[in-house]
Design a protein around this ligand. Structure first.
Ligand code: NAD
Length: 500
């Protein structure tokens, strides 16, 4: 059984807490490891280490920080197979999905390699007679990251490469459900030449999170996870005077216009609703066909494709749909399916009762498709975070837009159409942070920024790209006048030697 502790000053560290939590293999339901849950004292010690490392790292020239990032990027690429295996064994997602998320995370490291360019600042000559002004961005200080189970490599990589490249030091608190991949990544970061104390990992639960939120030496907190916890973190962190960004839950709609190419739509929905077992904050969980005829064609096209999905553990190279993360999540998804049936939605494809030989205790849920869902049903209003797609039939394009704009979440959305006018109107009016036009999961690339609107994000900044740089730095503006000896005829004496 794998023991997982913490990572401090470039080596693993046990801390003083003896509390632990089991890590499961979701494909079998068996316990595969145990993670130590840090005490407040342990967290305070990690923060003190990060704070001690801050002055010299903040003073390290950005180009020198970038050389560590280049090395780190190469090591991640070299070890991608090993990292994907560690990730899938605890998360359950297929190996191509695991490698895909690591690859997206590496792109953020590549963005961080260019940090000298983005930190260049601005300079205005002669804002007044003989007065110049310039602005620089300086690190905020010690940053804490608190991350979810569903992208155990990529979501942390959204945060710390940018924060550290900007000159901050970092304490990461990953999900206690799949912490192993981050521990290996931390070793690689140390191998890349990162000084001790700049990147630290503390494992734990609410006790560790609260210690991060309450410690005055933590200056900023990046959180990604569910809305209930994100709102708590935002309010506790900001009331303690910290800068906080909390990226939260979602319910993403895909609008199917009557002129859409139904083959493209079906491909898009199979990948975006059922990929990673629906455990993505950018998963499409609601399809909104416009018009009854479009809806009938859509359901007819989807049904056989969902039934054909290969449900299997990640060790089967043909697996398309792995298990969900935990028994609690499995039960929660089943509960939502029951609620949908009770409220009168039609379960066109029922993914319950999957039993795989040798994996009878695994948390497998097959793809589910509900038709005739209405906006008052919990399967529509709530984030289920499983392989369940709801079809809500809209009678008009306006009804579809209105549905999206009145939903409490605003992470991502997409429209499928061949009409440029409809597409333009859609992206302009959607009250949503990330919009796809014939793209089902419009996750921005690393040099743009990721984030939702409404109750999908608390705080002012999206993550990675320039928004990440702004979040992890403070702007400082200088205004300077030099009494001009040259113009008044005064003499200067640069004589060298000890007076120089
Ligand atoms: P979660 O909110 O349960 O956990 C996230 C983090 O918060 C973990 O590190 C966890 O240990 C910690 N935490 C849990 N309960 C806590 C408590 N009571 N007090 C303090 N800390 C606590 O989320 P999850 O189940 O791991 O991840 C799934 C959620 O994350 C989904 O809602 C999904 O939409 C969201 N998510 C959002 C984005 C985004 O960018 N918007 C990206 C990925 C995941």
């Amino acid at each position: 059984m794998r023991p997982v502790t913490h990572f401090l000053s470039n080596e693993s560290w046990s801390g003083s807490s003896t509390r632990t939590s089991d890590i499961y293999n979701p494909a079998t339901g068996a316990v595969s490891g145990q993670v130590t849950l840090a005490s407040k004292e342990d967290v305070d010690q990690v923060i003190a280490t990060a704070a001690a490392a801050l002055p010299s790292w903040a003073a390290t020239p950005p180009a020198k920080r970038a050389t560590v990032m280049f090395e780190f990027r190469d090591l991640l690429k070299k070890h991608i197979d090993e990292l994907a295996e560690l990730l899938s064994a605890e998360h359950g997602k297929t190996l191509p999905d695991a490698k895909g998320e690591i690859a997206r995370g590496i792109e953020v490291v590549e963005f961080a390699c260019g940090i000298p360019q983005v930190l260049k600042g601005e300079y205005s000559e002669a804002v007044s007679s003989g007065v110049d002004s310039f602005s620089v961005r300086q690190p905020v200080g010690v940053v804490a990251g608190i991350t979810p189970f569903n992208f155990p490599a990529m979501v942390p990589l959204w945060m710390y490469p940018v924060a550290i490249a900007c000159g901050n030091t970092f304490v990461l608190k990953p999900s206690e459900r799949d912490p192993s991949v981050v521990m290996r990544v931390a070793e690689l970061f140390a191998e890349a030449g990162l000084p001790k104390g700049v990147f630290n990992v503390v494992n734990g639960d609410k006790e560790a999170v609260d210690a991060l939120l309450d410690n005055p030496r933590v200056d900023a907190v990046s959180f990604v996870g569910s809305t209930a916890i994100g709102q708590y973190i935002y309010s506790r962190g900001t009331s303690n005077g910290k800068r906080v960004q909390a990226l939260c839950g979602a319910k993403n709609h895909l609008v199917v216009m009557p002129d859409a190419d139904m083959n493209q739509v079906t491909d898009a929905l199979i990948g975006s609703a059922y990929g990673s077992a629906g455990e993505r904050c950018m998963a499409i969980s609601v399809a909104v066909p416009v018009g009854e005829e479009t809806a009938d064609r859509l359901v007819k096209a989807l049904e056989p494709r969902i039934r054909a999905l290969k449900v299997a553990p990640y060790t089967d190279p043909e697996s398309e749909l792995g298990p969900v993360i935990s028994k609690a999540s499995y039960d929660r998804i089943h509960d939502y399916i029951d609620q949908g049936l009770e409220k009168g939605a039609s379960l066109v494809v029922d993914g319950r009762n999957i039993s795989l030989q040798g994996y009878e205790d695994g948390y497998f849920v097959g793809g589910c498709l509900f038709d005739n869902v209405t906006t008052d049903m919990s399967i529509y209003t709530d984030e289920i975070f499983g392989p369940v797609l709801s079809v809500v039939r809209a009678q008009s394009y306006e009804e579809a837009v209105d549905m999206i704009n009145t939903h409490e979440y605003g992470n991502g959305t997409a429209i499928y159409t061949q009409d440029g006018d409809a597409a333009r109107d859609f992206w302009a009016r959607a009250q949503i942070g990330m919009v796809g036009i014939n793209v089902p999961i419009p996750v921005p690339v690393a040099y743009h920024s990721f984030g939702g609107w409404k109750r999908s994000l608390f705080g002012d900044h999206h993550i990675h790209g320039m928004e990440g740089v702004r979040f992890y730095t403070r702007l400082k503006t200088m205004t300077m006048r030099w009494p001009s000896g040259i113009r008044t005829g005064a003499e200067f004496h640069f004589t060298g030697g000890k007076d120089a």
